[in-house]
Ligand binder design. Sequence first.
Ligand code: PBG
Length: 327
Amino acid sequence: MPYPEIRPRRLRRNAAVRRLVSETRVDPAELVVPMFVKEGLTEPRAIASLPGVLQHSRDSLRKAAVEAVQAGVGGIMLFGVPATRDETGSGGVDPAGILNVAIRDVVAEVGDATVVMSDLCLDEFTSHGHCGLLTPDGGVDNDATLAAYADMAVAQAAAGVHVVGPSGMMDGQVGVVRKALDAAGHQDVSVLAYAVKYASAFYGPFRDAVESALEGDRRTYQQDPANLRESLREVELDVAEGADMVMVKPALPYLDVVSAVRAAVDVPVAAYQVSGEYAMVEAAAANGWIDRERVMLETLTSIRRAGAQIILTYWAVEAAQLLRERY
Ligand code: PBG
């Protein structure tokens, strides 16, 4: 070896040194847990393709929200599963719709102890499962959908949500939502834009969780997994339209995108570790093929390292508990 001997292994020799020089830490305060609540349930129900994740009843959701706060998670992202659906997704706008009711329940339970967020999209509420209203020939009508999103945003804000997450990938959705919130006096409600959302097969288990009615796909509005520059354009538009935070989704297969978005904007960047990412690890772990906890924390560390400051993950509560024991 040439002198001086440069030996990077010196900084790996024991746990204390490794801890000292660790460049990335996942903080429970930056984890957000997605939760599902289903109208009419009296007991929570398991979701076969998402082991460990539940469709909550209103009661069990409140308890889970308290548990999440106790674990120290930074936020809760709520999704509603309605008992009935219609062509226009009216249950998303109705103050008595399951998601709006759940927002009220959770905010009443946890107040400002964590950030309460809601998915702002019609797909859980429409009979056809698309994220927007349909044209007569079955396409998704961008501008008619925007009007519905504006109403949905105001309904969610009236229910007390802190952050809305428009996730339908309609052009102009962030601007319309921001304007509607402001006009209704909800200037303090933030917008976490699903700015970059790919038409991904990794959403499979989520569609079981919300009992999605979708046939076909979302490729006319969600992005082509082949594209990166297009994502920077989406992010730029959303920030210009008033997004307070931007999200990339899915996470692990798109770390290059997370990293590029982080470099491109100054607003907080979130990444959504989606249902299929979670399910793959759970399935392999259930077979004894991988070490579940290590893989869980390794994926979260990688997403954080790539530049996501906020991570949505179905492991948020458990990971927060594990991380507290560790640091
Ligand atoms: C749309 C929405 C979806 C997810 C989050 N918001 C489904 C979709 O776009 O098809 C997927 C999240 C996951 O897979 O965990 N309401």
